[in-house]
Write a protein that binds this ligand. Sequence first.
Ligand SMILES: [Zn+2]
Length: 79
Amino acid sequence: MRDYPTKITFGEPRETGATRIIVFCRDYRCSHNVQMDASRWPDEVRISDVEPRFVCTMCGKRGSNIRSVDAPARMGTSG
Ligand SMILES: [Zn+2]
């Protein structure tokens, strides 16, 4: 389910224009997720350091998987 190496920092997705993240519950059976603004964390903070700090509001388990939300694709139909 990982789209990138775990050493990635918050600065990296921002370089591509992504400003939001999705925090997934670590328990796949719960799979609760929430979108957040990534600007609250400095560029040098590693995402893998933040993942364990989240506690799921649905099942109460600690730990999460964070993925960046891609910036809207600048693509569309012409005409
Ligand atoms: Zn959960």
